[in-house]
Write a protein that binds this ligand. Structure first.
Ligand code: GLV
Ligand code: MG
Length: 328
């Protein structure tokens, strides 16, 4: 281990993060009763410019009136390049009350962006005497943000998670996409011909580098890496596949832009019982090995060492968080 110890952000379940437009208050109650771990009430791209003031009021009212149960509640403010962002922060943080957990900052480009929001939020929190410190979720969705993702991840003690905003990222990098967050058939390679001259086309994942880079920056700073939207909400299999590949890379959850996607995300990001049981056995076997003065031991015919135990502990911690009685 490095002498630099990574401080983990406060642990929260973040398997599914449901996007709900602030301009659609009729959706709030249903969202509150859904199985999503986190809900973000949106003031940014899902809200038309003329609707922004009303959306702020809807959100402030809902933060007080809706029973959100044990969910984590976030508000996505507008980008710092707009004149909406300061008003979003002032109104929502001043009047949103203690039920608000997180602020989601879109299109973060530099660590200074985070610093600026931190400064304003800190002043407002102090002025209104908020008891609970607000956390930050950052959407990495521009070339600039991806270039600076490590510095952004380290820029504030409030930071909790990094999100891959694939739609804006595609626009910013001018990637050729066919649908939000899906694959592109042109991102493929052809195998060499076999003896009969046949070649096979293998699709690649055009988002692999971006997601992996985000995962590394998040984990190196104790934050949760979260995969963003998948646009075709009628394609459950496509969503499942994208979520599963993000989970394999280390993401803890994925956005749902439609309630249909929630159950799939929860299933993908909940460790299977079999794996959890195995992880508990690995931990127990290693405890026994250590008591006997051994550094490694075999279980079911395979070597396990301290690295296996770390993986097992992370899995068990996540399973325990899921199993914990709902409560805030
Ligand atoms: C999310 O905000 C995205 O742009 O994908
Ligand atoms: Mg976006």
């Amino acid at each position: 281990m490095s002498f630099t110890i990574i401080e983990q952000a406060s642990s929260r379940l973040n398997r599914c993060e449901l996007a709900v437009p602030g301009s659609s208050p009729h959706m709030f109650e249903k969202a509150a009763r859904s199985a999503a771990d986190v809900i973000f009430l949106d003031l940014e791209d899902a809200v038309a410019p003329d609707d922004k003031p009303k959306a702020r009021e809807n959100i402030i009212q809902a933060l007080h009136d809706v029973d959100w149960g044990s969910k984590t509640i976030s508000v996505r403010i507008n980008g710092l390049d707009t004149h909406y962002a300061y008003r979003d922060l002032v109104d929502v943080v001043e009047r949103g009350g203690e039920r608000l957990d997180l602020i989601m900052i879109p299109k973060v480009g530099t660590a200074a962006d985070v610093y600026a929001v931190d400064m304003l939020v800190t002043q407002i929190e102090t002025a209104v005497g908020r008891k609970k410190r607000l956390g930050f979720e950052h959407i990495i969705e521009t070339a600039l943000g991806m270039q600076n993702v490590g510095a952004i991840a380290a820029a504030s003690k409030r930071n909790e998670s990094l999100h891959f905003g694939v739609a804006d990222y595609a626009a910013s990098t001018r990637a050729r996409t066919t649908q939000i967050g899906g694959p592109n058939a042109d991102y493929a390679v052809l195998t060499d011909p076999d003896e009969a001259g046949a070649r096979v086309r293998h699709w690649g994942d055009m988002w692999h580098y971006a997601i992996n880079r985000l995962v590394v920056a998040a984990r190196a700073n104790g934050l949760r890496p979260i995969d963003g939207p998948f646009g075709d909400f009628s394609d459950a299999d496509g969503y499942q596949a994208q979520a599963a590949r993000s989970a394999v890379l280390g993401c803890e959850g994925k956005w749902a832009i439609h309630p249909k996607q929630i159950a799939v995300a929860n299933a993908v990001f909940t460790p299977p019982e079999k794996e959890v049981a195995k992880a508990r056995r690995i931990i127990a076997a290693m405890e026994q090995a250590q008591a006997e003065g051994k550094g490694a031991v075999s279980l079911d015919g395979r070597l396990i060492d301290i690295a296996s135990v770390r993986q097992a502990e992370a899995l068990v911690a996540q399973a325990d968080l899921i199993a914990a009685p709902a409560g805030r």
